[in-house]
Write a protein that binds this ligand. Structure first.
Ligand code: NDP
Length: 276
C-alpha cells in the first residue's frame, strides 16, 4: 500500500498551521505519510472535492471559505456536521465522501485540558455569531449549558443562529453585554475582533464573576486583549490555540491510523512558528 496522503484545502492557505501540526505527528509516529496545503479558489472547490481521491489523497481538512461546500459535497456526514451545516474533516470510505466537523471537539477538548471546571455548566455568554460560533454553541448545548446569551455586533445574525439552535440560546446586541457578563460562568469570544493585536472588543470585565472561565477563539496573539482584560479581573483564561491543535486529532487518526496527542512539545512548536 502506498503511503497515505492528506491535505488541508483553503483560499488563501499559506497561513495555515495544519501542515506543521500533522507533519509533527507524522514524524513522531514514524509514519511515511504526507500532509500538504492545497490553495483552491471558490470556483474550483467542487471539482477538487470530487476528484481528490484520483490524486492519491485519502482525505483532508477544509478551512475558510470552503467548509459549507465540503459539507454539501459529502455523501455521508456526522450528526455534528449536519447540525453545523459545515465540515472541516473529509475522508473517502468505500469510494464515498464522508464529512465531519471537529471544531466542536477542539473547542471542548481545549477547555477540558486547561479549565475543566467549565463542565459544571450553568450560564454562558458567546460573543460573535459567525461560522465558528456555531461550533461553540453546539459544544455548550452538548455540555449541558442551560442558558446561553449570544450577542453580536449585528444582532440579526445572532437571532438567526438562536432560531437554529433552540430555546437555550438568547440572541441580542452588545447593549446587553454587562448584564450577560454578570450571569456568565463561561465567556467566549467567537468574533475575529482582537486578531493580530487589533484594539478588540470593549468588555466591561468588572461586571464578570471572578469564578468564570474566559476563552477566545483567536490565537494570534496568544493572549488577546480580550483575555488580558479577563485575567486582570481574576478570571481563568484559556487561549484559542488548543482548539486548533485538538480539532486536528480526529482527522489524523482517520487518515493515518494512530490517535495522536496534544502536548507541550507540539504547542511550543506552533507557538514558535506564530512568533515568526
Ligand atoms: P466570521 O467571519 O464567520 O464571523 C466573524 C464574527 O466576528 C462575526 O460575529 C462578526 O460580527 C464579528 N466581528 C468581526 N469584527 C468585529 C469587531 N471589530 N467588533 C465586533 N464584532 C466583530 O468568522 P468565524 O466565525 O469563522 O471566525 C471567528 C474567529 O474565530 C476568527 O478569528 C477565526 O480565526 C477564529 N477561529 C479559531 C479557531 C481555532 O481553532 N482557534 C477555529 C475557527 C475559527 P458581525 O456579524 O457583526 O460582522
Amino acid at each position: 500500500m502506498s503511503a497515505p496522503k492528506a491535505f488541508v484545502v483553503g483560499w488563501p492557505i499559506a497561513h495555515s498551521r495544519s501542515p506543521l501540526i500533522h507533519g509533527f505527528w507524522l514524524k513522531r509516529h514514524g509514519i511515511e505519510g504526507t500532509y500538504v496545503a492545497e490553495a483552491v479558489p471558490p470556483d474550483a472547490i467542487d471539482a477538487f472535492l470530487r476528484c481528490f481521491g484520483e490524486r492519491g489523497y485519502v482525505g483532508g481538512n477544509v478551512t475558510l471559505p470552503h467548509k459549507e461546500a465540503a459539507f454539501r459535497s459529502a455523501a455521508e456526514s456526522t450528526e455534528v456536521a449536519r447540525k453545523l451545516e459545515a465540515a472541516n474533516t473529509l475522508w473517502l470510505e468505500d469510494g464515498r465522501l464522508h464529512a465531519d466537523n471537529t471544531d466542536v471537539h477542539g473547542f471542548a477538548a481545549n477547555l477540558d485540558e486547561r479549565a475543566s471546571k467549565w463542565r459544571k455548566g450553568g450560564s454562558a455568554l458567546v460573543i460573535g455569531a459567525g461560522g465558528a460560533s456555531r461550533a461553540v454553541l453546539w459544544a455548550l448545548i452538548d455540555a449541558g449549558f442551560g442558558k446561553i446569551a449570544l450577542l453580536n455586533r449585528t444582532p440579526a445574525r445572532a437571532e438567526e443562529l438562536a432560531r437554529h439552535f433552540g430555546r437555550s440560546v438568547e440572541a441580542g446586541g452588545f447593549e446587553r453585554l454587562t448584564e450577560a457578563l454578570g450571569e456568565a460562568d463561561l465567556v467566549v469570544n467567537a468574533t475575529s475582533a482582537g486578531l493580530l493585536d487589533e484594539a478588540g472588543l470593549v468588555i466591561p470585565w468588572n461586571a464578570a464573576k471572578t469564578s468564570a472561565v474566559a476563552t477566545d477563539l483567536v490565537y494570534v496573539p496568544l493572549v488577546t486583549p480580550f483575555l488580558e482584560g479577563a485575567r486582570e479581573e481574576g478570571l481563568t483564561i484559556v487561549d484559542g490555540l488548543g482548539m486548533l491543535l485538538h480539532q486536528a486529532v480526529p482527522g489524523f487518526e482517520r487518515w493515518f491510523g494512530i490517535r495522536p496527542i496534544v502536548d507541550d512539545e507540539l504547542r511550543a512548536l506552533v507557538v514558535a512558528d506564530l512568533a515568526r
